[in-house]
Design a protein around this ligand. Structure first.
Ligand SMILES: *Cc1c(COP(=O)(O)O)cnc(C)c1O
Length: 389
């Protein structure tokens, strides 16, 4: 086993070697610009892009014409929020989202407030799920968009898009889902909840960074583009297509469609073993978010009786996301954990494990043993510190 051990697959995934292999010719001999319509270099590139579009569409149950390539989920989310606001301004100026959404959704919604939009940010319960009655109650005659993620990037919980879709559909409100963490990890289909719009990114599913997609259901909304210029992607996203990355994304989608279900089953069993090991060795371990209705690749725990700042350091050759690790200066507790009601101290003393394609049994044994050992040490230290009274 090689160290450091990578268990941070929600932050990003390595590209699958098969993805890299598929991409390589598109940097060199097949370097053409798909917008070059009058020679074979352009045709070859355009063909490759359309093949990839078909693969991404097939993975999510969409038609190829409904897939627009972007630079990633951040761009897709911004395009949706700003675009719907502009396209539907006359119909209303109210959007609904959830406290645990990715910043590229929540912050994009917040920017609408300057333009006179009202934004409802729904809370979640201790399980991390938005309450369906609250969703229903939040819908107003002037609501134009509801944006709810499919799977959360910190606690992995899966929102009930089917139930939310039934509500939005009945009212003619557009439903958008950020499916960046769901797609390729669990079955995801745009027909489930009949979403109108969905965001994806390749680098969370073993494709390259800097490429993603936006699904726009046919006849649902005439989105204005964020970027204008050459009119690529049927005018929705100008700019020369990143052909090698798009080819890689397509290959990653094909692999996910073929292998995703088996992979999820294997990783779910490993995740359960990791949790069992942690529970045996760390008394009082708290699991953040619902354990059912969750990505099988995810575990997020909090540990009491330790100094949060020491945790990330002590984990050393275990590459995970630890609550107090990010940023400079005074660490701030995770917005997502705060939203699920985890107290600040415990939110800081949290570890997110993300398992992925190359996670082995051995690595899971190592991770459990490492955390158990580190926590025992930190708890001894913590208990020995004289407290001010
Ligand atoms: C990673 C992630 C994003 C951002 O995707 P980029 O392609 O890196 O811009 C958005 N939403 C969720 C849920 C994510 O996990």
């Amino acid at each position: 086993m090689k160290t450091p051990v990578y268990l941070d697959y929600h932050a990003t995934t390595p590209a699958d070697p098969r993805v890299v292999e598929a991409m390589l010719p598109y940097f060199t001999e097949r370097f053409g610009n798909p917008a070059s319509r009058n020679h074979p270099f352009g045709w070859a590139a355009a063909d490759a892009v359309e093949t990839a579009r078909g693969e991404v569409a097939a993975l999510v149950g969409a038609h190829a014409r409904e897939i627009v390539f972007t630079s990633g989920a951040t761009e897709s989310n911004n395009t949706v929020v700003r675009g719907v606001a502009r396209a539907r301004r006359r119909a209303g100026a109210h959007v609904v989202t959830v406290a645990t959404e990715h910043p590229s959704v929540v912050d994009a919604c917040r920017t609408l407030e300057a333009d006179g939009f009202a934004v409802t940010v729904l809370p979640v319960g201790p399980d991390g799920l938005v309450d369906l009655d609250r969703v229903e109650a939040s819908l107003r005659p002037d609501t134009i968009l509801v944006s709810v993620m499919a799977a959360n990037n910190e606690i992995g919980v899966l929102q009930d898009l089917e139930a939310i879709g039934a509500m939005t559909h009945a009212r003619g409100v557009l439903l958008h889902t950020d499916a960046s963490q769901a797609v390729g990890k669990v079955a995801f289909d745009v027909e489930r909840g009949r979403v109108s719009l969905a965001s994806f990114t390749a680098h969370k599913m073993y494709g390259p960074k800097g490429v993603g997609a936006l699904y726009v259901r046919r006849h649902s909304v005439d989105l204005p583009p964020l970027l204008v210029g050459g009119g690529q992607e049927r005018g929705l996203r100008s700019g020369t297509l990143n052909v090698p990355a798009i080819v890689g994304f397509g290959k990653a989608a094909a692999i996910a469609r073929a292998e995703g279900a088996a992979e999820a089953a294997r990783l779910g069993a490993l995740r359960d073993r990791l949790l069992a090991g942690l529970r045996r060795g760390v008394p009082g371990l708290r699991v953040n978010g619902s354990l059912t209705g969750r990505l099988p690749q995810n575990l997020n725990v909090s540990i009491d009786g330790i100094e949060p700042e020491s945790l990330a350091m002590a984990l050393g050759d275990l590459a995970v996301s630890a609550g107090a690790a990010c940023g400079t200066g005074k660490p701030t507790p995770s917005r997502v954990l705060t939203a699920v009601g985890v107290p600040p101290e415990l939110a800081l003393a949290s570890i997110r494990f993300g398992l992925g394609r190359w996670t082995t049994d051995e690595e899971i044994e190592f991770a459990a043993a490492k955390v158990v050992e580190v926590v025992a040490g930190l708890r001894r230290m913590h208990a020995a510190i004289p407290r001010a009274t």
